[in-house]
Design a protein around this ligand. Structure first.
Ligand SMILES: Cc1cc2nc3c(=O)[nH]c(=O)nc-3n(C[C@H](O)[C@H](O)[C@H](O)COP(=O)(O)O)c2cc1C
Length: 339
């Protein structure tokens, strides 16, 4: 990364390659088993040091238990459970999910058992999986976020918190993610009560996601993750009604990948903190696409419904893909995009 001046006079951090510098040189094909997928993410409390860069996306992995028959949940670099709020939430009326031509439209509405049940029932179970836990938090007020974080931040096994300020399916919560000032204020308020790593999860439903990312960085986020779902609709024209229980829902899956890639690219060139890429990843090649445009880590969501055990094959495939191009590590392609 290097700093370049902008028209406004502020310096931006950009990967060298986005300014036209050449990609790291590739060697001759290497032994796939020797390819290093490990990542080190500088965060508070000593950073994250993981064997590979792939996490499950919140809300698509439950609390891990449904995945046990398919894959040891701890195979993921870290586990991101479903959003947790201070009080339990019932969520939206059904139907809550509908398949679209290239994705999924959902209107879950952040159903979750609330902080106390999470702490008593799910957290001990999640710890048994052996992977760090990145707790995804949602709230109606700043105090809600602070409350959940302070109730959990000294708990064993917690790697940090992903602040969901981006869900399109509830009336509250998204408001924080739509306005840079509110985003910055929320992150700053949570930062004031904890030294735990904080990830700000951003919505794509804004005109300029870079403003949100910069506000989160200035507020004290260690990482930004993007994107959450894009607002969409699915209509039955015969009845004139929505095909899901609410008029609008959140679109995820392959359809949103080009949008997510573009946003990750824009954000990665504009902030100095690491970026977690999310949106439509359904193949190991997609993981590499996100790394190339500047993501340091990624999350896989909707694709887990199709292939819950995909990660097992993906790690091997990632090594093969990189090795075939002469790369010895995934770090060599990270941020290597050139125009
Ligand atoms: C059914 C469903 C439920 C979700 N629930 C949450 C949630 O509770 N919290 C959250 O931050 N994101 C939630 N998301 C958004 C995902 O974490 C992810 O950001 C989004 O689906 C884009 O990634 P994908 O295209 O790989 O699914 C949900 C997505 C789906 C499909």
């Amino acid at each position: 990364m290097r700093r370049v001046p902008t028209e406004g006079g502020d310096a931006l951090s950009v990967p060298d390659s986005t300014t036209g510098d050449s990609r790291p040189s590739k060697g001759s094909p290497v032994d796939p088993t020797a390819v290093d997928l490990s990542v080190t993410i500088p965060t508070r409390r000593g950073g994250w040091h993981w064997d590979h860069p792939i996490l499950p996306a919140s809300g698509t992995f439950g609390y891990g238990e449904e995945f046990e028959p398919f894959i040891p949940p701890g195979t993921f670099a870290a586990i991101v459970p479903k959003s947790i709020s201070r009080e339990p939430r019932k969520g939206n009326p059904p139907p809550r999910c509908i398949e679209t031509p290239a994705g999924l439209l959902n209107s879950i509405g952040l159903q979750n058992p609330g902080l106390e049940v999470f702490k008593e029932r799910y957290l001990p179970m999640l710890r048994c999986y052996g992977a760090p836990i990145l707790v995804n938090v949602v709230g109606k007020t700043v105090e809600d976020y602070q409350h959940v974080v302070t109730a959990l931040h000294e708990e064993e096994g917690i790697a940090g918190f992903e602040l969901n300020i981006s869900c399109p399916n509830v009336k509250e919560g998204l408001q924080f993610g739509l306005d840079p000032e509110a985003t910055g204020a929320l992150v700053r308020a949570v930062r004031s009560v904890t030294d735990a790593p904080l990830v700000a999860k951003l919505t794509p439903n804004v005109t300029d996601i870079v403003e949100q990312a910069q506000a989160a960085e200035q507020g004290g986020a260690d990482v930004v993750s993007l994107v959450n779902t894009l607002r969409g609709m699915a209509i039955d024209w015969r009845t004139g009604r929505s095909r899901i229980g609410t008029p609008t829902g959140g679109l995820s899956g392959p359809a949103i990948r080009p949008v997510a890639l573009r946003m990750v690219y824009e954000v990665a060139t504009a902030v100095s903190i690491p970026v977690c890429g999310i949106g439509g990843i359904s193949d190991p090649e997609h993981v590499l696409e996100f790394l190339v445009v500047g993501a340091s880590i990624v999350q896989v969501g909707t694709h887990l419904y199709r292939d819950p055990a995909c990660l097992l094959g993906w790690l091997e495939r990632l090594r093969e893909l990189l090795a075939a191009e002469g790369y010895e590590s995934s770090a060599q392609v990270q941020g290597s995009f050139s125009t």
